[in-house]
Design a protein around this ligand. Structure first.
Ligand SMILES: [Zn+2]
Ligand SMILES: [Zn+2]
Length: 314
């Protein structure tokens, strides 16, 4: 058996498998750490959801649960993720810094004026997306009726059901994300996506720094696709759990560090933070979110693998 020494552009299914084997090989013993983290997440996460569900459902109507969770949960998740990554950015601890993807100054280290101007734009787009759009969508759906979702305590899914449904949501999200993202790179509509590409070196704030049109079609619709397909066959607690998973993953993908222990990258044909950062730095290719197989199939990650190959040869 020949030893794999580098990535190569995907020309066939065997290249796809070989590249993935090499990806796992490079993670080394960190694979164990990420496997433990993922096991913990999917083993204890459903227990937490069950306990939480049993606590909140008897306290009030499930319609209020729909409203409160759908509004508060994403907002708090974005807030805590940004606080977490800013603590890392400020700390600059060598044991973390060695995982930096691009060793370039962060935007706030370059120019104070530009950073202040960016913060104002960030506040504008984040409020528009996370407050105006999210709340409007939730309220519109609430007014139309949200009886078709499954909230019942007696229907709470098992751990394995949580896992399988999250995997299904990942696949559907990635599918719709790939095509909508690729569409937004088409010149006539690129102006909507341009904002997200303002920084070629991604960092946590980049996640929700998007034009509202891009946010709605490129993020919200792919995100809800799996849950809408499953409908009543899923459970509302899985949807909340999925929000948590997806938000954590997208922050990992935009944080500017390639952490080899990231549990989201344990799945076969997964992307990585480095993979998405390449998309930000080159502004082309690598359109997927969770996986790489669609990019490989449509040969939109060729440049990335050629770049990785050249890096390895240096
Ligand atoms: Zn893009
Ligand atoms: Zn991005």
């Amino acid at each position: 058996m020949t030893k794999i020494v580098s990535y190569k552009p995907c020309e066939s299914l065997s290249d796809l498998i070989i590249n993935d084997e090499f990806r796992y090989q490079q993670k080394g013993y960190h694979l164990i750490t990420s496997a433990i983290m993922m096991f913990g997440f999917f083993y204890f996460g459903p227990d937490v959801m069950h306990a939480f569900w049993k606590l909140i459902i008897p306290l009030g109507q499930w319609k209020s649960v729909y409203l409160v969770l759908n509004i508060a949960f994403p907002l708090l998740s974005h807030l805590f993720n940004n606080l977490f990554y800013f603590a890392i950015y400020r700390m600059k601890h060598p044991s973390i810094e060695k995982y930096r993807i691009l060793n370039q100054p962060w935007p706030w280290e370059k120019s104070k004026e530009d950073w202040i101007a960016f913060r104002n734009r960030l506040f504008k787009y984040m409020s528009m997306n996370l407050i105006v759009i999210n709340i409007s969508l939730v309220v519109i759906e609430y007014l139309q009726g949200v009886d078709h979702y499954n909230y019942a305590i007696e229907n709470l899914p098992t751990k394995i059901q949580y896992f399988l449904q999250i995997v299904f949501f990942m696949i559907t999200e990635d599918f719709f994300f790939y095509f909508s993202h690729r569409f937004f790179h088409w010149r006539p509509v690129y102006r909507f996506h341009k904002i997200h590409h303002e920084h070629y070196n991604a960092f946590s704030c980049t996640v929700a720094y998007t034009h509202p049109v891009d946010y709605f079609f490129g993020s919200v619709l792919p995100f809800v696709s799996g849950f809408k397909i499953l409908g009543y066959r899923s459970h509302f607690s899985v949807y909340i759990f999925w929000q948590f998973w997806r938000i954590l993953e997208t922050y990992d993908g935009h944080c500017g560090y390639e952490f080899p222990w990231a549990m989201f990258r344990l799945f076969p044909f997964s992307g990585s933070s480095d993979y998405h950062n390449f998309h930000h730095s080159k502004n082309m290719g690598n359109y997927s979110s969770f996986f790489t197989y669609l990019d490989s199939l449509f040969k939109t990650n060729k440049d990335y693998f050629l770049f990785k190959q050249s890096q390895k040869q240096q």
